[in-house]
Ligand binder design. Structure first.
Ligand code: GLU
Length: 479
């Protein structure tokens, strides 16, 4: 039986948690949980300008909101700490020195200006620039240059070899050595480039399977060369299909605001719905659409990840969100609704109408924001009447009916949906008119319009004082 997997999510914190990153994290997390393995979070924070504390925090916040827990990493630590690449520079230096000593890497003194000029010349003549190996055989720095100014390059083995591997999602792929060049492993300031830091850490952190976005598939070849040079066995690889935006362009931070995980928190999407949506981008389980966390644990496997790009379908996300608002306990949805109402200026903490509101509104609202917008109607003081609805329902005989309902409900010792509905029913019976004829003026008086939940519920949601005051305003207005 194979040992428990050790998988990782290794974001470069440069702004916010991207949907693609969230999917990579989620899939790795599920794989670890399903097989009793370990999920590691490693910060590839080598971009000194963009990898700020805020960017790191944004990743942690996104993962926390989605409920994707890591076993080792920032805030948890573990046997392979530290989990920030900028705190591991000694480790990279040690391995780079070893590779230099073994003749598998070398210091390169070429200046950026030299390399840019060479690249430009090659590209002008229609060629593809590869580092020509200028410093490969240097034994000492050129005159006037110092070792600590040099970058360290990997020395590609000579010959006609091929780097190849079997990807769990893509199958067998390979690249001839001739397509690869002597890539930079370490900058002069000791900061590792992606391929170098990634391999050293994946190996030292005992990673057994590297699952990441398909945009990294080409990096796997130089990485494999490094495993070989160090005499290390590479992990398995799974490269996940691309995610396309609604316009079928690659989902990118620049073009697609929906690429930001936390945007969805702000617009009132449930984390359960976003996880559900994200896991379906490139993976499926039969025709199942609404998938719970437990089902994900049970069903998810990298072997079922396809190669077809996942396309963002905004309607699907809203639909899933509504399903989740109906599936989750009313109290949970109510708790999550509170900040949305507070943002609209209502202090609703502890308000007994929250759960009845959720019950009444979740059939129609697709997001917490939509629910809060509809719910605002019941927390506000007063209501703006729709002119047409008022002209039709707050005139003539209707006002008499409205007055009777007002007297009936004002006299109720306790407001419950049943008791309130009972008053409307008895007014309808005693006046010998249909229920609708009695309910509609009440509805318009309370909500300003002709659609709302059941009339008893509507009155209850407005609350006794506010409901009576709105009815009084409608009666006054109607004369
Ligand atoms: N830091 C890389 C990124 O965020 C990680 C790629 C990998 O998982 O190897 O794209």
């Amino acid at each position: 039986m194979p040992s428990a997997p050790r998988v990782r999510f290794a974001p470069s914190p440069t702004g916010y948690l991207h949907i693609g990153g969230a999917r990579t994290a989620l899939m790795n997390f599920l794989q670890a949980r399903r097989h009793g393995g370990t999920f590691i979070l490693r910060m590839e924070d080598t971009d000194r300008v963009r990898s700020t504390t805020e960017s790191v925090q944004a990743i942690l916040d996104g993962l926390n909101w989605l409920g994707i827990d890591w076993d080792e990493g920032p805030g948890k630590e573990g046997p392979h700490a530290p989990y920030f690449q900028t705190q591991r520079l000694d480790t990279y230096k040690k391995h780079a020195d070893q590779l230099i000593a073994e003749g598998k890497a070398y210091r390169c003194y070429c200046t950026r200006a030299d390399l840019d000029a060479q690249r430009e010349a090659t590209e002008k003549s229609g060629g593809f620039f590869k580092y020509p190996g200028t410093c490969r055989e240097l034994k000492a720095p050129p005159p006037g240059r110092r070792e600590d100014e040099a970058v360290i390059r990997f020395k590609m083995p000579s010959g006609d070899g091929t780097a190849s591997f079997v990807d769990k999602a893509l199958g067998a792929i390979s690249k001839p050595y001739s397509d690869l060049d002597d890539w930079v492993m370490l900058r002069a300031d000791g900061i590792p480039l992606y391929n170098f830091g990634c391999v050293i850490d994946d190996h030292l952190m005992d990673i057994t399977l590297v699952a990441r976005g398909q945009e990294h598939v080409n990096s796997t070849f130089p990485q494999l060369m490094l495993y070989q040079a160090l005499g290390w066995t590479p992990p398995e690889f799974a490269h996940l299909p691309l995610i396309l935006g609604p316009d079928r362009e690659k989902l990118s931070k620049r073009k697609h605001p929906e690429a930001d995980v936390m945007l969805h928190k702000r617009t009132g999407i449930m984390p359960e719905a976003l996880n559900n949506f994200v896991i379906r981008l490139g993976w499926s389980h039969g025709n199942d659409e609404v998938i719970t966390r437990d089902q994900m644990f049970e069903w998810f496997d990298f072997a079922d990840v396809g190669t077809t790009s996942g396309v963002w379908n905004p309607e699907k996300l809203l639909w899933l969100n509504q399903q989740w608002m109906k599936l989750l306990p009313e109290t949970t949805v109510a708790e999550r609704l509170v900040p949305f109402l507070e943002a609209k200026g209502f202090s609703v903490q502890g308000d007994s109408r929250l759960v009845p509101l959720v019950r009444a509104l979740r059939e129609r609202a697709r997001t917490l924001e939509e629910m809060a917008t509809t719910a605002s109607l019941y927390f506000r003081k007063g209501v703006t009447l729709d002119e047409k609805a008022a002209a039709k329902h707050l005139s003539g005989d209707s006002l008499g009916l409205l007055r009777k309902v007002r007297d009936g409900i004002a006299a109720l010792p306790e407001w419950t949906v049943e008791a309130l509905d009972g008053v409307v029913k008895s007014v309808s019976e005693s006046s010998a008119v249909g229920m609708g004829k009695v309910a509609q003026p009440v509805r318009v008086a309370i909500t300003g319009n002709t659609t709302s939940p059941g009339i008893g519920e509507t009155l209850l949601l407005a609350g006794r004082d506010e409901a009576l005051s709105r009815i009084d305003a409608a009666l006054t207005r109607g004369g």
